[in-house]
Design a protein around this ligand. Structure first.
Ligand SMILES: C[S@@+](CC[C@H](N)C(=O)[O-])C[C@H]1O[C@@H](n2cnc3c(N)ncnc32)[C@H](O)[C@@H]1O
Length: 232
């Protein structure tokens, strides 16, 4: 596939607003190289990461991105002269990504079993990009919700964790605990016993790797934590 100028144009125009241009390209390359199929994005924003992910899936001729946003930033963006929803839907259709991106306009509430139903039909999830909130409880919710969906390998990217020292150290310790087969108590905080059992099995059978990607370029605000979970 040649250079996609339309994608670059969108990226240049909107990428700096959430500092997502480089992480978007990193996700694109990963999806292309590992042929990832099921992708979840928590926090669509202006859809810059979404269109890069969608383009990778389209070029792979397989896969679907489910992206979620409640558009709570749309007021702020409007003050910058940007119509958030319009920008997202226009860019998706300009790049002909309607078949590979499902935009879900809703509140992300990983604690809520109704919200979790969005994933219940999926077998495995290959990649989660979380870009909506990055506190300790969000980290716990991500693992509790998505660990049951581990196939052979899962990538979890959580944006901004490296800039939040408390969250960063918590996550480092959690990964060490999982690698030592210690099951954190938050894993048990759900009613579906099958999901709890699946998470425990997956923790015991997997190796967890964590890397904090911290951009050195001060003109970019990006810092993202990358966790890889692999069955052993
Ligand atoms: C940093 S932006 C995402 C940037 C995006 N990945 C990009 O590349 O343009 C965060 C988004 O998360 C959304 N958001 C924050 N909290 C949310 C929640 N509880 N439910 C749904 N969306 C939420 C905001 O509306 C905002 O659009």
């Amino acid at each position: 596939m040649g250079i996609n100028f339309e994608l670059l144009k969108i990226s240049k125009k909107y990428g700096n607003i959430y500092g997502s241009e480089l992480i978007a390209q990193q996700l694109y390359v990963l999806i292309k190289r590992e042929k990832l199929i099921n992708v979840i994005e928590l926090g669509t924003g202006l859809g810059v990461t979404s269109v890069w992910i969608g383009t990778a899936l389209k070029e792979n001729e397989k896969g679907l991105l489910n992206t979620f946003d409640n558009f709570e930033h749309s007021g702020e963006l409007q003050r910058l002269g940007i119509q958030q929803e319009l920008v997202i839907y226009n860019n998706i259709s300009k790049l002909k990504l309607n078949d590979v991106i499902k935009m879900n306009k809703m509140n992300i509430n990983l604690d809520d079993e109704k919200f979790q139903e969005n994933f219940s039909e999926m077998d495995n999830i290959d990649l989660i990009f979380s870009d909506f909130s990055h506190g300790i409880s969000d980290i716990q919710n991500i693992f509790r919700t998505f660990l049951p969906y581990l196939g052979d390998k899962m990538h979890i990217f959580i944006d901004s964790v490296p800039s939040n020292l408390e969250a960063k150290y918590y996550l480092n310790q959690l990964i060490e605990d999982f690698n030592n087969s210690k099951i954190a108590s938050f894993i048990y905080k759900q009613t579906d016993k099958e999901m709890i059992w699946q998470s425990i099995q997956n923790i015991l059978c997997s190796k967890f790797t964590i890397h904090h990607i911290e951009e050195k370029d001060t003109t970019h605000q990006g810092a993202t934590t990358w966790i890889i979970i692999e069955k052993i």
